[in-house]
Design a protein around this ligand. Structure first.
Ligand code: NDP
Ligand code: 8X3
Length: 250
């Protein structure tokens, strides 16, 4: 079995690569940070004795996506599972003060990147006669929150695409699943607040957030149901989170 994971250099993607490798799957790990991909590949190969293919590219650039996919050796072409995970929030503030470059980054990564990946890999799955696409949305794609505007919009787009691609791929036997996490402690907030570690830490203050491993576990569970079962959509939060705005902090 082959699993292709976008954004495997950190957070959910990295934990997902580890969990699948631990369970004997061969993994294709991707991201922009080559040093991290090299370290992760070496670790997974030596620890779990699986094959690992590492592809370094930026999901925002169609030409990079296309050449990365074209470079996949024949034995790796039968991709069983695609985890569309690469994504980010950049900035947080009212719409009237929005930073256009932050908006572009979120839309280009979370929406267009996911589309480029799906457009490249779904035809390969159709040719193989099977496949499973797991899209990482967010609770922010189910319910908005103050100052979340463009990030929320990008994840609402993932929610819509998830539902639409399930219809389009249904005749081809390809499963489509969305996993929508609430707040989870990864590098997400450090990226959102542009390296401000103090501000990033404050997001999780006084509560026990989800971990990358919790999400990897959920992805793995959804991807390993019997052939006749498909999990459509999961929203998962820390026990201390009720929705996008209500938390219990101690
Ligand atoms: P991290 O910042 O820890 O990891 C993000 C991953 O995405 C990294 O591997 C990064 O790799 C990759 N990535 C970002 N931009 C690009 C790009 N342009 N091209 C290729 N890869 C890219 O965050 P999380 O693990 O938390 O986030 C993973 C997904 O989960 C995202 O889609 C996020 O929106 C979503 N999410 C996160 C939640 C949270 O609270 N943490 C909650 C709900 C959803 P690199 O920088 O090396 O390219
Ligand atoms: C990340 C979760 O609530 O910070 O998607 O937007 S939230």
């Amino acid at each position: 079995m082959i699993v292709f994971i976008t954004g495997a250099t950190a957070g959910f993607g990295k934990a997902t690569a580890e969990l699948f490798a631990k369970n004997g799957y061969n993994v294709i790990v991707t991201g922009r940070r080559k040093d991290r991909l090299d370290t992760l590949s070496a670790e997974l190969k030596s620890k779990y004795k699986v094959d690992v293919l590492s592809l370094c590219f930026d999901v925002r650039h169609l030409s990079e996506v296309q050449s990365a996919i074209a470079s996949i050796p024949p034995k790796w072409k039968k991709i069983d599972i695609l985890v569309n995970n690469a994504g980010l929030a950049v900035g947080m503030g009212p719409i009237q003060e929005g930073v256009i470059d932050d908006w572009e980054q979120m839309i280009d990564t979370n929406v267009k990147g996911l589309l480029y990946m799906t457009r490249s890999i779904a035809p390969m799955m159709i040719e193989n006669g099977k496949g499973h696409i797991v899209n990482i949305g967010s609770i922010a794609g189910k319910e908005v929150y103050a100052n979340g505007n463009v990030y929320c919009a990008s994840k609402y787009a993932v929610d819509a695409l998830n539902k639409c691609m399930r219809i389009d791929l249904l005749p081809h036997g390809i499963k489509v699943t969305a996993i929508n996490p609430g707040i989870a402690e990864t590098e997400f907030s450090i990226v959102r607040f542009k390296g401000d570690a103090e501000r990033a830490k404050s997001v999780y203050k006084g509560l026990n957030p989800l971990t990358a491993e919790d999400i990897a576990d959920t992805i793995f569970w959804a991807a390993t149901r019997p052939a006749h079962v498909n999990i459509l959509d999961i929203v998962i939060t820390a026990a201390a989170q009720a929705n996008t705005t209500n938390f219990i902090r101690h």
